[in-house]
Design a protein around this ligand. Structure first.
Ligand SMILES: [Fe+2]
Length: 213
């Protein structure tokens, strides 16, 4: 795995400490993309050929506490990824796109994401953004849309998802979900928190989603 790491500044110093364990995690996501069918082909083509690390400043959020109880809610194929994310949680850069004015304080206390590949993530790409979304229990991520095409893989926690013409559907961990560009989508958790990997391609990879509700 370490031979796939490269630095963009060509300095002889060691890669950032997070880079090697996180490279193992993103390579698992890349392997799982092979199971996502034809919709994953463009994402696989645009996945970075080498993982070029940039430094990450660790930032936490209230929702990160939800991670520790999540491994029992993983699927067999996603459990390693959930455990690795929980183990690295304190070193990751957890962020929020929305404000209290958008969706209220309770939502912000139960929502966060960490980008691992992309224009802001631990590994550089201007073709792909990849990371994880974390929602606490009994939380609705209201309807929104974005230019980027998106694949989601719920890693742990059963949740309801709605997109385009589809009404709410219960999705299990391990079940890929595809959102075309500008598809309006929302997600709702019940008793279990949700950890889901996402991959974006095409369009503005750092854009705030358009709120549709
Ligand atoms: Fe989305």
């Amino acid at each position: 795995m370490s031979k796939s790491l490269a630095r963009d500044d060509q300095q002889p110093s060691a890669p950032p400490p997070l880079a090697e364990p996180l490279a193992r995690v993103v390579n698992i996501v890349r392997e799982l993309l092979e199971t996502a069918g034809a919709e994953a082909e463009a994402f696989i083509r645009e996945w970075p050929k080498a993982l070029i690390a940039r430094p990450v400043v660790a930032r936490s959020l209230p929702v990160v506490a939800s991670l520790q109880g999540l491994p029992p809610y993983a699927a067999p194929g996603t459990r390693a990824l959930v455990e690795a994310t929980a183990a690295l949680a304190g070193e990751l850069d957890w962020r929020q796109t929305y404000t209290v004015a958008d969706f209220g304080r309770r939502f912000l206390d139960n929502y966060g994401w960490s980008e691992w590949i992309g224009e802001r993530g631990a590994f550089v790409s201007d073709k792909i953004a990849c990371g994880v979304l974390l929602l606490g229990p009994d939380t609705e991520y209201p309807a929104h849309s974005h230019e980027a095409e998106e694949l989601y893989l719920p890693l742990a926690g059963r949740a309801w998802w709605r997109a385009g013409e589809y009404d709410w559907r219960l999705r299990e961990a391990g079940e890929w979900i595809h959102h075309p560009a500008w598809a309006i989508h929302s997600t709702r958790t019940g008793a279990e928190p949700l950890l889901a990997a996402y991959v974006w391609r095409a369009g503005d990879l750092s854009a705030k989603s358009r709120i549709e509700s």
